[in-house]
Design a binder for this molecule. Sequence first.
Ligand SMILES: Nc1ncnc2c1ncn2[C@@H]1O[C@H](COP(=O)(O)OP(=O)(O)OP(=O)(O)O)[C@@H](O)[C@H]1O
Length: 292
Amino acid sequence: MLRICSPIIPGQTEQGGRSFLTIDPRRKQVTVHDPAASGYITSSNRRAAVAAPKMFAFDGVFSPDDSLSEVCSGSLSEILQSVIGGADGCLFSYGHSKLGKSFTMIGKDHSPQTLGVIPCAISWLFKLISEQKESTGARFSVRVSAVEVSGTQENLKDLLFDVGGGGEGPPSNAVYLREDPICGTQLENQSELRAPTADRAAFYFDAALAATSKNAEEDGRSSHLLFTLHVYQYRIEKANRAGLPGGISRLHLIDLGSTAKSKDPSNASLSLSALGNVIMALLNGQRHLPHR
Ligand SMILES: Nc1ncnc2c1ncn2[C@@H]1O[C@H](COP(=O)(O)OP(=O)(O)OP(=O)(O)O)[C@@H](O)[C@H]1O
């Protein structure tokens, strides 16, 4: 899915009011025109030949006029149904610096118009759970975890360690990666706190945001936020009313920071094309993923 940011963002000006993009939201297509043809570049660096327009198709295209609630419903509806159905889901934002990735994922304040993808996902997940309980009698338990990856060393920080107070959480805030022979690379030791209501999950999300490193941007690399809703399902056996384990599914909501301004060549591992290679490898079921 593609979200096109507003042509005017803080610190930038519109280039003569002309765009080199044509958006067709109905067909979910975007056409990129040669800037020389659209007058986007000046005559001094204009090339002699104008390239043909290139068309790209997506699962969803959101124009600058689309509200955040339209982005939320367009991107979350299917994935939430899948998570309730028992499958894992992941939604992440990625793109160049300061184009509104965090704005899209987190939102701005608590007004419904500027509610981001993560707060919406929390609210809608609990709504779906209560509908599912009504219709199937299944029982659910939701847990929440939040981890930040920051700095050139890619340090992992448990953002819920302080709010967990050591009671429900792990004994230290050290989060680390573990290679699992079946599940692949796993995050280990982060707090997973029980959230019986949407309000509780939203409270943990706010606490996680408050615990993120301030001034985390280092060498042009901003930090990444990994927020996960762990959904445990139990079926209730009518005969003896005992709970049977029905499985666990996770919804990962990730605000990936940008690396656009980095001078560090190792940051190339997070380029859009490198990320695309990893996603293609996952889809193709490759055993070895092309990342360091
Ligand atoms: N659609 C929008 N409407 C209003 N303000 C916006 C919108 N998108 C972004 N902004 C504002 O632009 C600024 C940069 O946005 P944001 O921090 O979300 O960018 P980012 O892509 O996450 O940045 P980074 O690359 O540092 O992670 C913020 O002040 C944000 O509030």
